[in-house]
Design a protein around this ligand. Structure first.
Ligand code: DGJ
Length: 705
């Protein structure tokens, strides 16, 4: 049983495969968190309330810290009642255990408001999901001013370090690690979407490395304004609070209504970062991603953006499609520029009808051509946005987010449609359904190219307007629920000027994401390593492009870097010579053979590009293992060899290395490792980029041993 209640100790124990999380009822009725860490042997091993030290002057270790009664920890809930009372005082009314779900039901001691904390135990992934439901049984409306999803407490030790992902446009998912000092460290978004600046993920490690050591980690499943707060005092445990951002936030709850917070998910391991990554990857694949697509192998795609930009037309897309099919592409995606009066980014956004100058007979002749070549067809859209220079805006200027008497600031010449409005939601659903009903489209790249500010909703009174942040995201999710239901065969990619909206909330509805517009293979190693620490490699779309010119980085190197996720090509194929075509064909063919291991295997970071001049990545699924080693010119300066030790293999099994023909035991591969010698003897002064090399090794376990 994953959840137990020990009556004589008033103790709740929530266990996963390897972890336990406990809380107990104190004599004053408060529920205090008492333990989070490794699963122990006996129930009596877990600390209960007996060990609790009452500090008298403030409330700490509260399982549900609300604003009220001297709660010192970042509040989960703040409510403003009609009579002006702004404190919440709760008592436990009941609890319900149903298989792996626990509901702790609290009621306010005076006002008729109920708050339920819901825990879902994901045993096999060593994770706990948590969210809260606020129910207004009053006769009056209540104003919720803060509605976080939960707090967990972790050991307060000197070696505790916080790990997070930061970045910006074209430099997303940069790994950072720093000590935790007294006070608060806040990670958040106030930009209406997840944002490229910070990702809603946190891990606190205690001198952990990839394969050993303690880590507590958590994520917010939300694609709008989120917040993670790490709070350290001198003596108490460190409190980590996660959920919706309370900045500029309000929800008015009518009598008889409920408000549910988004979920957070958190976990613990003492087996290092690889294990954390494995828990998160398999949880995301099995429990978050749309069911029909999470296990399938991602097709190799071609995207037209970098080849033709806005200048798409039937002829040039057919030409690219033919070349794409010839090198083994399986999915052809036409990017921006096919609709309205869209010849650059200054106009047309919002006018979702086919541009007849570019496609005189509509999209069907191109789609049929692509299909005849044996490829699926995909299309780019950006439904949440509008250019002021568009038919849609001229007809409905009132549809955009804005404050009266204030500028409507354009970014990339575009404004944001208020999709919290029912009529806007319906407009998007109508054109998307038309597009997908009338064309054989198997893939949608859904873009969103700006941050949300000037978030006014003039039809609402000023306090009500703050609900926009929540309902914008909620309606986006509703749109996706409806589209997925109507078009179950369509794969959706989420893009937001690259990786500006990557989180577990969006992944419920989108099958894959575009992590960054930056396709420079060296920068990409940093981006991909950060991304893959948290999110599955199967959903990390990665294109080979000519971003920095055709000859800056060797084509083979660019391919191998992109093969670390779901391979795509964005190069201008018209400029490929015979040699390039050969390299492309060979790598695409190779990728098709190994993609199941890369997309669905266990990912191990063997050597980090953040710490060294080369990166080594391992993927293992059943009997197959793939190893990528990316060697950068600076590394060659050492004139040294690289010894790479694999992980997670069976010590006594025999592994054949496809590339060298060698047969080695798992123990040898993990303890002796394999050694790579630089191929080129170079002068230390040479720093030419064409010295970037990538090595790929395939290992197959002999089933006979
Ligand atoms: C931004 C995306 O990140 C690009 O890949 C491309 O789709 C452009 N938008 C199109 O406008």
């Amino acid at each position: 049983m994953a959840i137990k209640y020990i009556e004589n100790r008033n103790l709740w124990i929530l266990e996963t495969k390897n972890t336990a999380y406990c809380f107990a009822k104190y004599k004053d009725g408060h529920i205090k968190n008492t333990y989070y860490g490794p699963k122990l042997v006996f129930e009596s091993d877990y600390p209960g309330i007996e060990n609790y030290i009452d500090r008298d002057y403030w409330l700490w270790d509260e399982e549900l810290p609300v604003r009220g009664e001297g709660n010192f920890v970042e509040h989960n809930i703040k409510i403003n009642f009609e009579d002006g009372t702004r404190d919440v005082v709760l008592e436990l009314k009941d609890f319900i255990i149903k298989k792996n779900e626990l509901k702790m039901i609290y009621v306010d001691t005076h006002y008729n408001v109920q708050i339920t904390t819901v825990y879902n135990i994901k045993e096999e992934f060593d994770l706990i999901e948590r969210h809260q439901i606020i129910e207004n049984n009053n006769e009056n409306i209540i104003k919720i001013e803060d509605a976080k999803s939960g707090t967990f407490y972790i050991p307060n030790k000197k070696e505790a370090k916080i790990n997070y992902l930061t970045g910006m446009w074209i430099h997303e998912f940069q790994k950072r690690k720093e000590p935790i000092n007294e006070g608060k460290k806040i990670l958040e978004s106030r930009l209406g979407k997840t944002s490229a600046f910070l990702n809603p993920f946190i891990a606190v490690d205690y001198s952990a490395n990839q394969s050993n050591g303690e880590i507590f980690f958590g994520l917010v499943k939300w694609s709008g304004n989120w917040k993670i707060e790490v709070q350290k005092q001198l003596y108490e445990r460190i409190a980590v609070t996660m959920g919706l951002n309370e900045w500029d936030f309000n929800i008015f709850l009518n009598p008889g209504k409920c408000f549910e917070t988004p979920e957070i998910v958190f976990g613990y391991t003492n087996q290092g970062f690889d294990y954390m990554t494995h828990c998160l990857h398999s949880y995301t694949r099995k429990k978050i991603l749309p069911e029909n697509n999470s296990d399938t192998q991602k097709k190799v795609l071609y995207n037209s953006w970098e080849a033709t930009l806005f200048d798409v037309n039937e002829e040039n897309q057919k030409e690219l499609a033919k070349k794409a099919a010839d090198i083994g592409i399986e999915l052809f995606v036409m990017d921006d520029g096919w609709f309205g009066n869209r010849n650059d980014d200054s106009k047309g956004l919002g006018d979702w009808f086919v541009n007849k100058n570019k496609f005189p007979d509509g999209l069907t002749p191109l789609i049929e051509y692509v299909n005849k070549l044996g490829m699926d067809f995909g299309l780019w859209v950006e439904p949440e946005m509008v250019n002021p220079n568009s038919e849609l805006y001229r007809k409905h200027p009132e549809w955009v987010l804005h404050f009266p008497n204030r500028p409507k600031t354009e970014k990339r010449n575009q404004l944001i449609l208020n999709i919290a409005k029912q009529e806007v939601k319906e407009y998007i659903l109508e054109f998307m359904n038309d597009l997908l009903n009338n064309h054989n489209i198997k893939y949608i790249k859904w873009d969103m190219n700006r941050y949300v500010f000037e978030s006014g909703w003039p039809e609402k009174n000023s306090e009500k307007q703050k609900e926009i942040w929540y309902y914008y995201v909620k309606n986006l999710y509703d749109i996706m629920i409806s589209l997925r239901k109507n078009h179950p065969e369509v794969i959706f990619e989420n893009c937001s000027s690259g990786g500006g909206r990557v989180d577990l909330g969006i992944m419920n509805f989108y099958d894959e994401v575009w992590p960054s517009d930056n396709t420079n293979p060296f920068d990409r190693q940093y981006i991909q390593e950060g991304f893959s620490m948290v999110y599955p490699t199967s959903i990390m779309r990665s294109w080979v492009t000519d971003w920095e010119g055709k000859n800056t980085y060797p084509l083979d190197f660019r391919f191998k870097v992109s093969m670390a996720g779901s391979l795509g090509i964005g190069s201008n194929l018209k400029e490929f010579d015979i040699k390039d075509i050969e390299i492309a064909k060979k790598n695409i063919e190779l990728y098709k053979q190994i993609r199941n291991v890369i997309q669905h295997g266990k990912y191990y970071l063997l050597n980090s590009i953040y710490e060294d001049n080369y990166q080594a990545l391992q993927y293992t699924k059943n009997n197959d293992t793939v190893l990528f080693v990316y060697i950068n010119p600076k590394a060659l300066n050492n004139f040294s060899s690289y010894n790479i030790k694999l992980r997670g293999l069976e010590e006594k099994s025999l592994y054949k290395i496809e590339e060298t023909g060698e047969n080695l035991s798992g123990k040898a591969l993990m303890e002796r490792g394999i050694t790579i010698y630089p191929e080129i003897k170079i002068d230390a002064a040479i720093r030419k980029k064409d010295l970037f090399t990538a090595k790929l090794f395939r290992f197959r376990k002999d089933e006979k041993k």
